[in-house]
Design a protein around this ligand. Structure first.
Ligand code: COA
Length: 156
């Protein structure tokens, strides 16, 4: 069994938004219908209105805005359909592409933990970025930060 098949087997019975489970959601090219990457979504078991997300795009499709569109689509679903309070992501502090990706729809920097993670043979500094939250976070509870961007895409 390949890694991909093993991953799919673990997800067969897991519904999107199930607290405690990581779910991979494919990002498809709307014209070709082929997969260009995926989004990983994890609704926290002990905070079921908080979700963690990650995005990976195949190298051939990077640098075209597709990851931003894929991220915004999943964030909108989390806020509008699953009524999340806050969505966040954690990333290698040196990863400029992912910092830029999450910065575009307004994920604020919430924390930077120095050499907090032993990853691929070295200590890695981890940055946390998030959107949502209430007045304390400068936002409105339940507001979808990606709404404006999605309206622009629909008009294209
Ligand atoms: C993180 C990752 C998904 C970002 O991908 P990306 O291609 O940089 O992001 P986008 O698809 O949104 O493309 C944005 C770039 O395309 C450019 N672009 C070109 N045409 C564009 C268009 N029509 N609309 C928007 N952006 C466009 C943007 O200017 C931007 O370039 P810049 O960063 O040089 O300013 C990718 O680097 C990746 O898969 N990395 C490996 C996995 C990883 O680290 N994931 C993070 C885990 S949380």
């Amino acid at each position: 069994m390949t890694d991909a098949e093993a991953l799919l087997a673990t997800q067969a019975d897991v519904a999107f938004g199930t607290p405690g489970a990581w779910v991979q959601v494919a990002a498809l090219d709307r014209v070709a219908g082929s997969s260009v990457g995926d989004r990983a979504v994890h609704v926290l078991a002990d905070q079921p209105v908080t979700a963690e997300v990650g995005v990976t795009l195949a190298p051939a499709h990077q640098g075209s805005g597709l990851a931003t569109e894929a991220l915004c689509a999943i964030v909108s679903i989390l806020f509008e359909d699953h009524h999340m309070h806050r969505v966040f992501s954690q990333m290698d502090d040196r990863n400029t592409a992912v910092q830029n990706l999450f910065g575009r729809p307004g994920f604020r920097c919430e924390a930077r933990q120095v050499e907090a993670d032993w990853f691929k043979g070295e200590w890695t500094t981890v940055r946390y970025r998030g959107v949502g939250g209430g007045a304390a976070a400068g936002g409105a509870v339940g507001a979808d930060p990606c709404q404006r961007r999605r309206r622009a895409w629909r008009r294209r």
